[in-house]
Ligand binder design. Structure first.
Ligand SMILES: [Zn+2]
Length: 219
């Protein structure tokens, strides 16, 4: 019943968008953006409760069956892109986010258009490689770099637990040097110059994993 209601809600909202139509007015565009987000939320709401599609709860499923299902789902999703092509513009924001599957970068920013550069590593760790990726993004027009951590992070748990450090020594070291890598990134000449001239801002935030909420983080 809940699913039916949500589907009905989504259809009503979609109809309202089509009727409103006013793509060429700023109010119409704002409505379109907000309603688009609401439709995505409705989509998440419809899918979240479907345990029969939740791989995590199907321990008997084989890797090949998971791959087949993923391909099938991609086929459906990619088909929609032919109808609603993605924006060709370049991003103004680059995010560094943990690979934790519970964090959805679209939900973090309330924007479904993938209009962001996103680097995802366990524990949001960076090496010189990721620093170069961010600098390349800045060279391509990024004006805001957001460096994140999050609650209940498995990579941080590795760094804090002796037994886990022994199993994952490289990851533990990367978490240990996270702050020094950030300092290293900020000291890169191109990044320092961009920040000094006001062309670039770098923000540090902590993510509440359960709610995808951002909070200012003091290093
Ligand atoms: Zn994490």
């Amino acid at each position: 019943m809940r699913k039916t209601l949500l589907a009905g809600f989504a259809m009503v909202v979609l109809g309202a968008v089509i009727v409103a139509g006013a793509r060429w007015t700023s109010v119409g565009q704002q409505s379109q953006f907000v309603v688009g987000g609401a439709l995505i939320d409705a989509g998440y709401g419809l899918q979240d409760g479907l345990e029969s599609y939740d791989f995590e709860h199907h321990h008997e499923i084989t890797p090949e069956q998971v791959w087949a299902e993923l391909q099938k789902q991609n086929g459906r999703a990619a088909g929609m892109r032919h109808t609603f092509p993605r924006t060709p513009r370049h991003a103004l924001v680059a995010l560094v986010v943990c690979m934790d599957a519970r964090i959805d970068t679209n939900e973090l920013v309330g924007d479904t258009r993938h209009y962001y550069y996103v680097i995802r590593t366990a524990g949001s760790v960076m090496s010189e490689r990721e620093e170069e990726m961010l600098e390349l993004a800045v060279e391509n027009g990024v004006k805001l770099v957001v460096l994140t951590t999050h609650s209940d992070c498995a990579a941080e748990r590795v760094a804090k637990t002796e037994a886990l450090r022994a199993r994952y020594p490289s990851l533990a070291s990367a978490v240990d040097e996270r702050e020094s890598r950030i300092a290293e990134f900020l000291a890169r000449p191109a990044i320092k110059a961009a920040v000094d001239t006001g062309a670039l801002a770098v923000k540090r935030v902590a993510i509440d994993t359960l709610h995808d909420e951002l909070a200012a983080r003091v290093p």
